[in-house]
Ligand binder design. Structure first.
Ligand SMILES: [Zn+2]
Length: 626
């Protein structure tokens, strides 16, 4: 069906990605892409020299390391998903310069390459890995015939170069991101030399299998170590599955599950990620999580979904995408944080118990360090591209139910279009309109989220009794040209126990928090993207009352930007009481008190909780009055 061929030597993935452009966002998701295009993503090059005209990847003598490729890795899919001519024009010079930079020996990119420490290093491979991911997306959407020969030539160069200049430092941690491009090319050319290169890259990459199978980092880390760097770990978690394609070794697969479990046990946070305010930082809800780690963990979950086809990875993907991602960027996409906290009661310039600088939780252009400024753009576009995937038996799998349209080929190469209408995750109902020229028989795999015990699926009004395997319900039948599928995903409030007897509140894939009223103070003014401190103007020291009801209120409309407290499309009402023994500590909220004590005359109040992604100041992990 797809142009992919699977050759002996590389294990088949359970699902296959649809080429970039096959899935177009609609509804609230399209709005998110437009908002980012109107904010940072569509204007960063005009406002930030690091990805401006002087960037090394445009032939200038400015930044020549990761920032240009990072920016493109998000800007390119964004431009083509929105079919935005202005953005496509912005992408082209980078691509053309990259093609023109390839030398006779196959190497490409800026000649005078400075690495992370601003030291000349012509054998830092990391920025190349990113540009290769950009080029694979570019080929899928444009079919530009220069991409494949370009990559063939580069990889034959790399095979020689890695002998004397092996992976080290950042690229040693991130070898799986190079393997993704090698596998992508192998599936198109079948050249067995690529598998030799892949084996070499695997041997030179940090042994994440071993780390995740026997996880040694139980405590908060403070020392420089690529193995505990939060972004490396977020990227590294896909590595055992990428290796598994080469080894076929089941223990590689197991390492992924063990790794996620260990990360959540020792460093897990209420929004579905693990902490890392540079290094893995434990479960305290005031430790930070870096924005780069958020988008890279999403990319890892998308790849784990594709390779292993297990619904649990999409559960994590949705939780991170719908909560941690929007929360750490301003609603207009014109400022962002480096580190976010689950209990985030103030964002200001202040020393905190983490390795990042005092500005790391402020909202701005490049708080702490500019990597996130360049890298955050990939979040929503790649999520969009992963909403649906192809199955190996000529069907399609719904990974997430966010609104979109899908164009693909199914059984016997027949064209299909799916229109997914939903306000999911803010609502429970999803409608999928199937559009075929003629009848066709093929399977549709519909994800059954782990939190959903009572999914209801109807086809043309008829209830379907489905078999669920690996988190997907399989609907195999002869489909008519205009069938309609209706899915209801009933959401229940589910309380998750955290440390100190605290809890977090989940309903479906959304985490609910107490929003704290925000006073945004502009502390650095620029032409367009300013820096801000956020001060709280309402009380936050609340405990929830044990066994209090949660009443759900759905607002009438889904606002253009739903990820804003005033616009929250859905709210939970419950009871809480102000505490006398919950302090600030080290410029953050202290851990929720183990033995919460209310103010004597504090009344029991009605509290309104909103989705985590709506609130830039919030309490997401609550003490409970028993
Ligand atoms: Zn970053």
């Amino acid at each position: 069906m797809l142009s992919h061929t699977t050759y002996q030597g590389l294990k088949e993935t359970v699902f296959q990605s649809l080429p970039l452009g096959s899935i177009k966002p609609s509804g609230w998701l399209r709005n998110q892409l437009e908002i980012q295009a109107n904010g940072f993503s569509g204007h960063l090059d005009e406002q930030w020299d690091d990805v401006g005209q002087n960037n090394g990847w445009l032939g200038g003598d400015g930044d020549s390391w990761e920032r240009g490729p990072y920016y493109l890795d998000g800007l390119l899919p964004l431009a083509y998903l929105l079919e935005d001519k202005r953005l496509i024009e912005k992408v082209k010079p980078w691509i053309e310069w990259t093609f023109s930079s390839q030398k006779e020996d196959g190497s490409f990119g800026p000649t005078y390459l400075k690495n992370a420490n601003n030291v000349m290093d012509n054998y830092d491979w990391w920025q190349d890995f990113i540009m290769l991911k950009v080029l694979t997306q570019y080929e899928e959407v444009t079919k530009d015939e220069r991409v494949i020969p370009f990559m063939v030539k580069y990889f034959s160069y790399l095979k020689m170069a890695l002998v004397d200049h092996p992976l080290k430092e950042w690229h040693e941690a991130r070898g799986a991101d190079l393997l993704l491009s090698i596998h992508w090319l192998y599936e198109r050319t079948g050249d067995s030399e690529l598998l030799q290169l892949a084996q070499m890259v695997q041997a030179q990459t940090i042994d994440w299998n071993h780390i995740f199978a026997n996880f040694p980092y139980w405590r908060k880390q403070t020392e420089w170590n690529h193995r505990t760097h939060v972004v490396n770990v977020a990227m590294g978690i896909k590595t055992p599955a990428v290796f598994y394609r080469q080894t076929g070794d089941e223990s590689d697969k197991d390492a992924v599950y063990k790794g996620i479990q260990s990360l959540m046990t020792y460093h897990g946070q209420a929004h579905g990620m693990f902490s890392g305010d540079e290094w893995l930082s434990g479960t305290h809800p005031s430790q930070g999580v870096e924005l780069c780690a958020v988008v890279e963990y999403m990319f890892s979950m998308e790849n784990l979904t594709r390779i292993l086809g297990d619904g649990v990875f999409a559960d994590i993907l949705e939780k991170v995408a719908f909560n941690a991602l929007p929360a750490t960027i301003s609603p207009e996409w014109d400022s962002h944080q480096y580190d976010q906290q689950v209990n985030q009661v103030i964002c200001n310039l202040a020393k905190r118990p983490w390795s990042n600088g005092p500005d790391a939780n402020m909202f701005g252009l490049e708080p702490n360090f500019g990597c996130c400024t360049a890298n955050m753009h990939q979040g929503w576009p790649k999520f969009t591209s992963s909403l649906w995937m192809a199955t190996q038996d000529s069907g399609l799998a719904a990974v997430s139910y966010a609104p979109c349209t899908v164009q693909a080929k199914v059984a016997d190469g027949k064209d299909i279009e799916l229109g997914v209408k939903s306000d999911y995750p803010f609502r429970e109902l999803v409608t999928i309109n199937v559009s075929l020229k003629e009848k066709a028989t093929f399977p549709l795999l519909l994800r059954v989220p782990g939190w959903c015990s009572d999914i209801k699926i109807k086809v043309n009004g008829q209830v379907q009794y489905v078999h669920v395997e690996n988190g997907y319900a399989r609907l195999e039948r002869e489909w008519n040209p205009s069938d309609q599928i209706e899915i209801k995903l009933p959401m229940q409030v589910q309380l998750e126990e955290r440390n100190n007897y605290a809890i977090s509140v989940n309903r479906g894939p959304l985490v609910y928090v107490l929003p704290i009223e925000e006073n945004w103070v502009r502390v650095h003014e620029r032409e367009r993207f300013h820096d801000w401190e956020l001060y709280p103007t309402s009380a936050w020291r609340y405990a929830l009352i044990q066994n209090a009801q949660f009443d759900v209120e759905e607002m009438e409309e889904i606002h253009y930007q739903p990820f804003k407290t005033e616009h929250a499309p859905i709210r939970l009402r419950t009871k809480g009481r102000l505490l006398a023994n919950w302090m600030m500590k080290h410029n953050s909220a202290a851990a929720p008190p183990k033995d919460p004590k209310p103010y004597e005359n504090a009344t029991i109040e009605t509290m309104e909780l909103v989705p985590y992604g709506c609130a830039r100041l919030r309490i997401g992990e609550f003490p409970v009055l028993r």
